[in-house]
Design a protein around this ligand. Structure first.
Ligand code: ACK
Length: 307
């Protein structure tokens, strides 16, 4: 079924305060494309109380998107409008489907996804020292890694306080703004594939198996504690500068390995204390995993001690 904006949309209403006039948006370029969604770079005039033009990101659908994708994008709006935190991506406005394609306008993060950022620095740091000299900002030190981890724990602690379960916490879903501030994004049920191998195709959509807690894999159980498991995987991604978790492991085999107690080993450059934190996040018992506040405090102490 293809998307028909005139069909049953009665249950979805965009509040006036979030509506943004389409003629004040100028689309500049495509930032990324998934199976059904697109992220565009644009400038918006007088948006969210800011005079003049601001750079923004626009989430929209491809013309052949399904009706379900349309509802998913609207549900992302419904989640985003409730959140306001320095480490969570901010909703700025919506152009409704009444006069054109649905646009969900969010804050622009100039450095893109954390995963791509880390992978880029990896290249710069290992193979081309001249590039590094040209881009001194592109260096990622162990301290930067800890700082990213702490910022994400801070945002997740807020989301858990307001009882919002992310369900897809991973480096590809963290955005970096101009001064390398981490912004949690892509939460809720909305999920599109921008990375080909991260999501395992199942009858009910796509599942990011390598980030999922055993109880999510077995019983579709998603809680803040399953987010904590994913956060442990995200820590591993940070330390390895954006490697894909469980290298060499087929997703089909992962659940059984985890049930047998198998966990990823300590990356060679990883501090013992940080690896211990990952292992705590990967406790088979959800209630034995730390809270995001505990994680934040732990990282905050590490950062303060290492000044
Ligand atoms: O690493 P990237 O350039 O950063 O590639 C992905 C791509 O779109 C698909 O998700 C980029 N992207 C997503 N949201 C934003 C945003 N709010 N600001 C800037 N780039 C974004 C992301």
């Amino acid at each position: 079924t293809s998307l028909d904006p005139n069909s049953d949309t009665k249950s979805v209403k965009v509040e006036t305060k979030w509506k943004f006039p389409r003629q004040r948006i100028v689309i500049e370029q495509l930032l990324g494309e998934g199976e059904f969604g697109r992220v565009l770079k644009a400038k918006a005039f007088n948006i969210a109380g800011k005079p003049g033009y601001s750079l923004v990101a626009v989430k929209t659908l491809k013309p052949d998107a399904r009706k379900q994708d349309f509802y998913d994008l609207l549900s992302e709006y419904q989640l985003l409008k409730q959140v306001h935190h320095p480490h969570v991506i901010q909703l700025l406005g919506v152009c409704t489907h009444e006069d054109g394609p649905l646009y969900v306008i969010i804050e622009y993060a100039s450095q893109g996804s954390l995963r791509n950022y880390l992978r880029k620095t990896r290249h710069i740091m290992t193979s081309d020292l001249r590039l590094l000299e040209d881009n001194p900002d592109h260096r990622v030190t162990p301290r930067d890694i800890l700082s990213f981890a702490r910022q994400i724990a801070c945002g997740m602690s807020y989301l858990s306080d307001i009882k919002l379960v992310h369900r897809d916490l991973a480096a590809r879903n963290i955005l970096l703004s101009e001064n390398r501030v981490c912004k949690i994004s892509d939460f809720g049920l909305t999920r599109d594939i921008y990375e080909d191998n991260a999501y395992f195709k199942k009858s009910k959509g796509r599942v990011p198996v390598k980030w999922m807690a055993p109880e999510s894999l077995a019983d579709h159980l998603y809680t803040t504690k399953s987010d904590v498991w994913s956060y442990g995987i995200l820590l591993w991604e940070l330390v390895t500068l954006g490697a894909t978790p469980y290298p060499g492991v087929q997703v089909e085999n992962l659940y059984h390995l985890l049930k047998e107690g198998y966990r990823m080993e300590k990356p060679s450059n990883c501090a013992t204390s940080l690896y211990a934190l990952m292992k705590k996040c990967w406790n088979v018992r959800p209630d034995c995993r730390p809270s995001f506040l505990e994680i934040y405090d732990f990282l905050d102490n590490l950062l303060t001690d290492s000044i």
